[in-house]
Ligand binder design. Structure first.
Ligand code: KIV
Length: 254
């Protein structure tokens, strides 16, 4: 299937089987996740924190993303590969389209960008060029410095209204799905009920959206220095690596 066909297939899952999405940043992880049947692999700019050691995603550049999108794409996933447009790479429609094309040339089958109404014309330009776009609303990590931290969204009537307006603008511009991040559960459920495209939640409560996305290091426990409160690790890769390395050190020294 082509990227646009995969995006349409996910778009058509609205109201059907829930979407299971995970981040991936490298070839072996992408292969393993794809073999496990994940629907969507997001080369997220969370890369900056959980792989590159930056304090937040505002340090991620397009070159970082191109390098990691290419690694994930070499796994030739069945799942759709979505690449994040990092901060400052979509200031206007023309630049957004040029940078989306670079992500696609590196192997992405769709792109994701953060924000609602003010991104709609950029989304439209990318979609009209044939590149599927996933929206991202709620808590927007690229604005963490402006907002002074990571705050839950969708608490006040004004925030709920802004989320609805943003989502409708993105849908009108052609997104195939919208990631909702850290939106309070009632608001996430209400958005999910009213929007025509699938919502993919993270930190919104586990059953409020049409699917879930998790940062892979939260799922496998390989980044133990910061674990968000909503993470549900299924294994302890950090513990296994420490044990294996300590066993190795003992074996070599004795
Ligand atoms: O960068 C990322 O991993 C993301 C997810 C948190 C949705 O955008």
């Amino acid at each position: 299937m082509t990227g646009p066909e995969k995006a349409q297939a996910l778009r058509d899952r609205k109201g059907g089987a829930r979407i299971a999405a995970l981040t991936a940043y490298d070839y072996p992880t992408a292969r393993l996740l794809d073999e496990s049947g994940v629907d969507l692999l997001l080369v997220g700019d969370s890369l900056g924190m959980v792989v590159l050691g930056f304090p937040d995603t505002t340090h991620v550049t397009l070159d970082h993303m191109l390098h990691h999108v290419a690694a994930v794409a070499r796994a030739e996933p069945t799942a759709i590969t979505v690449g994040d447009l990092p901060i400052d790479t979509y200031p206007d429609a023309e630049t957004a389209l040029a940078n989306a094309r670079r992500l696609v040339a590196a192997g992405a089958e769709a792109v994701k960008l953060e924000g609602g109404v003010r991104q709609a014309e950029k989304v439209r330009a990318i979609v009209e060029s044939g590149i599927p776009v996933c929206g991202h609303l709620g808590m927007l990590p690229q604005r963490v410095l402006e907002e002074g931290g990571y705050h839950k969204k969708g608490r006040t009537p004004e925030q709920v209204e802004a989320l609805h307006e943003g989502a409708e603008a993105l849908i009108d511009a052609g997104v195939f799905a919208i990631v909702l991040e850290s939106v309070v559960p009632d608001t996430a459920a209400e958005l999910t009920r009213s929007l025509a495209v699938p919502t993919i939640g993270i930190g919104c409560g586990e059953t409020t959206c049409d699917g879930e996305v998790a940062v892979v290091t939260d799922l496998v426990g390989s980044y133990p220095w910061f674990v968000p409160p909503f993470a549900r690790p299924e294994t302890d890769v950090a513990g296994s690596i420490r044990d294996a390395a300590a066993t190795y050190v003992r074996r070599i020294r004795t």
